[in-house]
Ligand binder design. Structure first.
Ligand code: BGC
Length: 741
């Protein structure tokens, strides 16, 4: 919140009633309303304030009552963080009943992975590769949020990142743009449904536009310094996918691109988003990102920040007050064209119409609905299903897992073994710790009546305690198996939580080693918001589950997997490095001039292999799958033809399992350096023991197109390699040719 004086124009608040006739289109109605608005009221529609509940920036508490006054004066168009039908109704009545024009407010909130019923963090959900389940999770989040009076979520975050030091990787869909685009679409569909005016759908936001996942060294709010090529090759396609799916808003990013902050970046906004892509929805700033241009020294003062942001094509000012304070005067001074303000206001009013708020501003407010829908049993059931689908089996020596439900003595050890709070992860909406089923509770509910399940904390998340450690060692010694729950502090993941070291905290590493030394078999359950470099554990601990922060049903879902009621099917969507120093490390790296080899002068580290600990697309199952050789319909196509690639996948193990069959392509010679492989398709299938299924992918020139030397997006004739398999490293490949004629 900036410390500038609010310039409130003195106008008389006599309510006026605007008459619409039924034959008017929404655009006509918007024009009628716009014609009645003063400059101050227009700037007000572009002004967004935060309520007090959950904030991600500085806020001056004493301003809250002042803010209510501004709402009553028609100087606020939307709010965030005002939650629950009671508070929403209060604020909406101010806007509708006490302002001159009675324009309703939009209520926004960061509904990232659930409102009150908390689903796994988005990165975990992405590991399911299950688009239907991901869409359903967003649908349920929208149902609960709208039942609590919300109309708009600041999600999905579609930023691609190849840097797990950056805490915000937990909010995204991993490192790959193709998969990220599919997931962006699924989430947009889930939040927005088919009809935005329904009481149970909310507008979605594709954020943060653009390239925020490239912050230097993974340090949040840092600058970004990448080429236009990298922007287009890696970052823009998930935004375009969200747009194609009808996403109603975009959010600026905190970072600059080519030296210009995203919020005022005319290349990103005017040329690409509004121009080339024709986006005519609402573009909201990130928290104070307009005002922050003064801090980064690109705007001389707040007035200039307002001028630059509006001119580039941004519409709504979240929390920096620069629009409401300066736009009217900037128009009077001839620095800003009122027509440009009108354009932004039109977009905001249109969104309000489309949300149904002009037909009934109280449409989303129904206390009974709120009571019945929040934490509904079917929502919890879906959260459990999504959570089990998000758990990745990283290692399972000698089939230690699944465990038998009749084991005599089970020890649950670790600072996260019986913890409710951290399971909700970061960006936990209105999720409450008390709603969470812990790992210990989930296990107790799962095992036989004769099984003893005991718990010892062992260590703090970051602090060692010799007393706790000895108790844990004692418990491990007298148990048949240890389930060791270690990982991150949820509040040290997400926004503003960058790490220089993504290994286990030393206290926990010591705990892991001490428990391992007891000789009792250990199953490690990682609870994390980013890939963790667990090299020692991967070598020494026989079974490892990547359990993420799984939300309200964490413990039940983990128990489902640990005891075999759900056969793990998730696969990594971010590469797991051996060491932090390998970052950035990602599967679709470009070819290099001196690939790694035994010779000295080749591209490699001298103190670590180049390869990751676990590659993109990797994840085990309790069963096994075999792949037949790939059959191509033809080994040569021209630009108008397609080819199909088919494999038969067989479940060769003893139980039902799901497999994510992955298709990658490599362009063997291009006009610019091309990646070693790129994901181009996938299919998740379920097979009974012994069952086989054919999986076919159709490849057209669209799948072979890329940004060529002159940056045009097209395929080039030549040789390609097509790979199919169960991870980015476990693949078979065949060649085909794209011919020019
Ligand atoms: C974050 C956004 C979020 C906003 C509102 C910012 O700090 O970067 O992703 O939507 O706060 O909470």
């Amino acid at each position: 919140m900036r410390n500038t004086l609010i310039a409130i124009a003195a106008f008389i608040t006599i309510a006026i009633v605007i008459q619409f006739n039924n034959s008017q289109t929404i655009d006509d109605k918007v024009e009628t309303l716009l014609a009645e608005m003063t400059l101050e009221e227009k700037a007000g529609q572009l002004n967004q304030y935060s309520g007090y509940e959950i904030i991600t920036g500085d806020i001056d508490e004493s301003k809250i009552s002042q803010r209510n006054l501004l709402v009553k004066k028609g100087l606020v168009g939307s709010v965030l963080n005002v939650l629950g039908t009671k508070d929403v109704e209060k604020a909406q009545r101010y806007a509708v009943e006490e302002t001159r024009l009675g324009i309703p407010l939009i209520f926004a909130f960061d509904v990232i992975h659930g409102y009150r019923t908390i689903f796994p963090i988005p990165l975990a959900e992405s590991a399911s590769w299950d688009l239907e389940a991901i869409e359903n999770a967003a649908r349920i989040a929208a149902i609960e949020a709208s039942a609590a009076g919300q109309n708009w979520t600041f999600a999905p975050m579609v930023d691609i990142s190849q840097d797990p030091r950056w805490g915000r990787v937990m909010e995204g869909a991993g490192e790959d743009s193709y998969l990220g685009s599919q997931i962006a679409k699924a989430r947009v569909r889930g939040f927005q449904g088919d009809d935005l005016s329904q009481f149970n759908t909310i507008a979605a936001t594709a954020k943060h536009f653009a390239a925020y996942g490239e912050v230097i060294a993974g340090r949040d709010y840092n600058n970004v310094d990448i080429s236009r090529r990298k922007l287009w090759e890696t970052h823009l396609s998930p935004f375009k996918a969200a747009l194609d799916e009808g996403v109603r808003s975009f959010m600026n990013a905190f970072n600059e691109f080519e030296g210009v902050p995203s919020s005022a970046n005319t290349y990103l906004i005017t040329d690409v988003l509004r121009g080339q892509w024709g986006f005519d929805g609402v573009l909201v700033s990130d928290w104070d990102s307009f005002g922050a241009m003064v801090t980064s020294g690109v705007a001389a003062d707040d007035a200039e920040a307002a001028e630059m942001s509006l001119e580039a094509g941004s519409d709504i000012d979240m929390e920096s007050d620069v629009f409401v304070n300066f736009l009217p005067q900037l128009v009077r001074d001839g620095r800003v064209d009122e027509a440009q303000i009108d354009e932004a206001v039109r977009r905001v009013l249109r969104l309000k119409y489309d949300l149904g708020l002009f037909d009934n501003p109280y449409k989303y407010i129904d206390a009974e609905r709120e009571k019945n829908l929040i934490l509904a049993p079917e929502h919890r059931a879906a959260a459990r299903d999504m959570a089990s689908k998000s758990i990745i089996l990283l290692k399972n020596d000698n089939q230690l897992l699944p465990l038998d439900k009749t084991i005599k003595n089970i020890a649950v050890i670790g600072p996260l073994g019986d913890n409710q709070y951290h399971m909700n992860g970061f960006w936990r909406g209105k999720g409450q710790a008390e709603d969470v089923v812990t790992l210990l509770e989930g296990i107790k509910a799962k095992v036989s009546a004769n099984t003893n399940v005991s718990y010892a904390e062992g260590s703090g998340l970051e602090s060692l305690d010799s007393d706790k450690l000895s108790k844990a060692i004692e418990l491990a010694k007298k148990s048949d198996v240890v389930i060791l729950a270690v990982g991150e502090d949820a509040d040290k993941t997400g926004e503003s939580s960058s790490r220089t070291n993504i290994e286990l905290y030393p206290a926990q590493q010591q705990l892991v080693k001490a428990i391992h030394q007891t000789g009792t078999p250990v199953v490690m359950v990682l609870m994390n918001g980013r890939p963790l470099a667990i090299e020692w554990s991967a070598e020494n601990i026989p079974a490892v589950l990547n359990g993420w922060f799984l939300g309200s049903e964490a413990g039940n879902a983990l128990a489902d997997v640990l005891f075999g009621d759900y056969n793990p099917s998730a696969k990594l969507t971010m590469t797991v490095p051996r060491k932090t120093g390998q970052i950035p490390i990602y599967y679709n790296a470009k070819r290099v001039s001196r690939p790694m080899g035994d010779a000295r002068y080749t591209s490699k580290f001298i103190d670590s292999p180049n390869s990751p600990l676990y590659p993109f697309g990797y994840g085990l199952s309790y069963t096994e799958f075999s792949y037949s050789p790939i059959k191509l319909s033809t080994d040569s196509i021209n630009f108008t033809e397609t080819l199909s690639a088919t494999v038969t996948v067989t479940n060769t193990g003893k139980r039902l399992g799901e497999e994510v069959v992955q298709l990658y392509i490599q362009d063997l010679v291009g006009s610019v350096v091309r990646p070693v492989k790129e994901l181009k398709g996938f299919e998740k299938i379920a097979l009974e023991a012994g069952q086989s299924q054919e999986v076919s992918f159709t490849i057209s020139t669209d799948d072979l197109a890329f940004y060529t030397r002159d940056m045009s997006f097209k395929a080039e004739a030549g040789k390609f390699k097509l790979f199919i398999g169960s991870s980015s490293e476990d693949l078979q490949g065949v060649n085909f040719t794209l011919t020019a004629d």
